[in-house]
Ligand binder design. Structure first.
Ligand SMILES: [Zn+2]
Length: 344
């Protein structure tokens, strides 16, 4: 039995669980759901808490799975990913309001009570939740003179509104009844038909930070191990990737783009259905590179091993669609591809 591919432990008492190559939150792939036995329980638990949940709840990929009918077990609001209502006629004065998505239904949750104020310097509305009010200094230079400020309060109910105004008074944040005032948000939500709510235009603001990158690289490392075998990824050459994923080592070089995943078969305007996850391990410019794309969103490319090659016959690409068995992709030369397009 090989040691753990991440921490290299040989304590074989600690290999009770299996690691899913693609986190379970993103679904299963028939009888061919890829799993690994060579990840120890400590690493497995660590990944579940620190990386998988971030990817599943706090990324565009993660919330897109709700749109595809794959839900989470908990409803708790996102903390790193920010959703705000985009400017549109049906939203009126509520644009900029911070909202969250209920992971168990994929629907918008009623927004927390929030203070909205126009920053005259940036021309943008700023949103402050109750716990952020203490950081807000309303100065004339930034927000305009009293009476000229554009201020609004958004609250899910009239009780929440009263509580929030009390809090504003305590904190000394300027707010007067005669200043522009917005009625509780919930009334506007009630006026919208049920299915109308889900069609509201929302601005999503997130950051692809190290936890997100580590979650992505872990999937690629798992995928490489699943296809090349642990004997390959246990080699020292793979240590930089291993250390970044498991021990916050140096961030791997990579890039995020919106380029098509299936080179030569997809273009900017023609893509395969956006219902799948695409993964690839290949040699590129003298390095081993992993490429991942979920739901036709971002294409993440990371150098997994620098200055190293895998045998060309081990380069591999797969397309995973939840509920179906994975489909294998084959690397073709341009000539082979063109020949395939020609009629016999
Ligand atoms: Zn381990």
């Amino acid at each position: 039995m090989p040691p753990c591919i991440y921490c290299k432990t040989e304590n074989f008492e600690k290999f009770k669980g299996v690691e899913h190559v693609i986190p379970q939150a993103f679904g299963k792939f028939g009888a061919k759901t890829p799993t690994l036995k060579c990840v120890c329980d400590d690493c497995n638990t660590f990944f579940m808490k620190e990386l998988d949940q971030v990817l599943a709840r706090e990324t565009l990929e993660g919330v897109t799975r709700y749109k595809k009918g794959i839900y989470s077990r908990e409803a708790r609001p996102q903390t790193k990913l920010k959703f705000s209502l985009a400017e549109s006629p049906e939203i009126g004065d509520f644009h900029g309001a911070m909202i969250a998505v209920d992971g168990t239904t994929g629907k918008l949750m009623s927004p927390p009570a929030q203070y909205k104020i126009l920053n005259k310097l940036t021309g943008k509305y700023e949103i402050y939740l109750e716990h952020q009010l203490k950081d807000l200094k309303v100065t004339d230079e930034v927000y305009g003179k009293p009476g000229e400020r554009e201020i609004g309060i958004i609250a899910p109910s009239s009780e929440a509104l009263d509580t929030f105004i009390k809090k504003l008074n305590e904190t000394g944040i300027p707010y007067k009844e005669k200043e522009r005032y917005q009625p509780p948000f919930v009334k506007a939500m009630e006026r919208m038909p049920d299915d109308g709510v889900s069609t509201l235009e929302v601005t999503v603001d997130g950051k692809i930070d190290d936890p997100v990158k580590r979650a992505v690289v872990k999937i690629l490392f798992n995928f490489a191990t699943y296809n090349l075998g642990p004997a390959e990824t246990l080699k020292n050459e793979w240590d930089a990737a291993r250390s970044f994923i498991r021990f916050t080592g140096k961030t791997l070089m990579g890039r995020v783009s919106q380029k098509p995943f299936w080179d030569g078969q997809e273009t900017e305007t023609m893509r395969f259905l956006d219902d799948s996850y695409n993964l690839r391990i290949e040699n590129q410019n003298g390095n081993v590179v992993g490429v991942l794309q979920f739901y036709n969103l971002f294409t993440y490319e990371f150098i997994l091993v620098e200055g190293y090659q895998i045998p060309p016959e081990h380069e591999i690409a797969y397309r995973f669609t939840p509920g179906k068995e994975p489909i294998i992709g084959r690397k073709m030369t341009k000539l082979e591809y063109l020949k395939m397009q020609l009629p016999e």
